[in-house]
Design a protein around this ligand. Structure first.
Ligand code: SF4
Length: 221
């Protein structure tokens, strides 16, 4: 691909988003939750797991521990028993209880509406914090870069080879998308990554983004 100017990349990024809106609207979170607290727990549980697997255990978890106060007093083995079908369930159970305890101690039992404060909670990194800011508070302070968003950003060459971490990839996306679109990109791209731009054998021949000439990696086999 010939070198692309910043203006041309921003224009291409906008056209890609138009396709994403046509395909998925504003997108939707595939994790079930009830409020900012339960969303935070669900996102923590989703690390290295499918959202469907998380959704199978969270109704029981949220019924038993509906608030930070309830979860802060939970026994570790009881939480482990509820989430034991998930990978890394021991570490996740420990993190969930510690997260609830910190919410009670430092934040009055309320999930903070701030991306930096969220990252002080056990088990919460920048991706999780961005998810909570977008989904629970509709107040995007970044774009959650998970495995789908990372892969697609690089295939679309909206992030260059030097953006070799999620944080650098997020910075590259923030530079080409206006803030009002940060809210939707993660959900839309997760759906797009599952439907077309899969990790193995992307469906370029059927891909609406590729068909419009917007993807430098377009490769119809
Ligand atoms: S054309 Fe292929 S590589 Fe490009 S976004 Fe579509 S599926 Fe992914």
């Amino acid at each position: 691909m010939p070198r692309e100017s910043k203006a041309a990349k921003i224009q291409r990024a906008a056209e890609i988003e138009q396709v994403m809106y046509q395909l998925y609207g504003e997108g939707a979170c595939s994790l079930d939750y009830r409020d900012p607290f339960t969303l935070t727990c669900a996102v923590v549980l989703s690390a290295q797991c499918t959202d469907a697997a998380v959704n199978k255990v969270t109704p029981t978890l949220f019924d038993a521990y509906p608030t930070p106060q309830a979860l802060a007093g939970a026994k570790l083995e009881d939480v482990e028993a509820v989430i034991r079908t998930l990978g890394f369930f021991r570490a996740k159970a420990k993190n969930l209880i510690a997260l609830a305890q910190k919410l009670c101690l430092d934040f009055g039992g309320v999930v903070p509406q701030d991306v930096d404060a969220l990252q002080t909670l056990p088990g919460v990194g920048r991706k999780t914090a961005n998810c909570v800011m977008c989904e629970a508070f509709r107040d995007p302070q970044g774009i959650a870069v998970d495995t789908h968003v990372y892969r697609i950003a690089h295939r679309l060459k909206l992030a260059g080879p030097s953006a070799d971490t999620p944080a650098k990839t997020e910075a590259a996306l923030l530079a080409v998308y206006p803030r009002d679109q940060w809210l939707f990109i993660n959900h839309q791209w997760v759906h797009f990554g599952r439907e077309y731009c899969q990790a193995r054998n992307p469906k370029c021949a059927e891909c609406p983004v590729g068909q419009k000439g917007l993807c430098p990696s377009f490769s119809p086999a």
